[in-house]
Design a protein around this ligand. Structure first.
Ligand SMILES: [Zn+2]
Length: 284
């Protein structure tokens, strides 16, 4: 079967020993920031749409709006519906123009996760939609930083069987990475990551790249992690900027200026991450 666009972007990055930045965007300021960062670094990027965004009122419009906004970008920008656990939502998102899904069966048993993931691949691959799945379970919560979900590390042998049988384009690994803030210094299980790498042929993704030092990011890329999911650090930059810029005494109510500042703040973080992921302007 032909390679999906999603797989092609990841495979090209892997050959160049880089990682594709996958940035969660909740609104148009964030999306604009990520598009600008991608263009300045000439880096292909993936825009993540959270299931909570997609499933809320206006979610379909958001995806169609994002699709329209990235259409004239000078680099390849893919849209991915993140962490979704049901096929009807995935099919709806495909109709809205997404390029890839993260089919999240990580809360299921190995067998049920495999069955769910394989079903998603069968349903959407013929339309050229890329599929990522997760084995083990990344701790934490995607949209917020306060709650946590207890994780479970990826078993390398299970990962090998899972990727072969499901036919996914990319596997998200749980090797000590967490969604949201790390409670102490992050400590990734490098040995486990290396074992997964040796057994699994598809590109690997690391969720919860926020809070990992650049050295860890680079080491993960040299261990062949090809997709880095980032959410918390973008949101943190957004809120820090909002706090700075909000002046209750101001009567200007200058929404354009506020939007520009927010976009700048998020763009800076995205650019710094793309640098750490191996992209520098002009050689993408
Ligand atoms: Zn995630």
């Amino acid at each position: 079967m032909n390679e999906t666009r999603f797989a092609s972007v990841l495979n090209r990055a892997r050959e160049a020993r880089r990682a594709v930045g996958a940035f969660a965007c909740y609104n148009f300021e964030e999306l604009e920031a990520v598009v600008r960062a991608a263009e300045t670094r000439q880096a292909p990027v993936i825009v993540l749409i959270s299931p909570s965004s997609f499933q809320s009122a206006g979610g379909e419009r958001l995806v169609r709006g994002f699709r329209a906004m990235v259409a004239d970008a000078s680099v390849e920008i893919l849209l991915q519906l993140d962490h979704v656990s049901d096929l009807p939502s995935i099919e709806r998102a495909v109709e809205c123009g997404i390029d890839a899904v993260m089919a999240d069966g990580s809360k299921l048993s190995f067998r049920d996760n495999l069955a769910f993931t394989a079903e998603v691949v069968r349903a959407v691959r013929p339309q050229g939609i890329g599929v990522e799945a997760e084995l083990g379970r990344v701790e934490g919560q995607e949209d917020r930083t306060s709650e946590s979900l207890v994780g479970e590390m990826t078993d390398p042998n299970e990962a090998e069987v899972f990727v072969e049988k499901s036919g996914v384009d990319c596997l998200a690994v749980a090797v000590g990475n967490v969604h949201g803030n790390y409670s102490g210094a992050p400590s990734l299980d490098w040995q486990r990551l290396g074992e997964v790498r040796d057994l699994v042929h598809s590109p690997l993704s690391l969720h919860g790249a926020s809070g990992l030092p650049d050295d860890d990011l680079r080491r993960a890329i040299s261990t062949s992690v090809t997709k880095m999911n980032l959410n918390t650090e973008l949101r943190a930059a957004y809120f820090r900027c909002l706090e700075r810029e909000l002046d209750p005494s101001s009567e200007a109510l200058d929404l354009k200026r506020l939007g520009d500042r927010l976009t700048d703040a998020v763009q800076q973080v995205a650019e710094a991450k793309l640098d750490a992921f191996g992209w520098t302007a002009g050689d993408g």
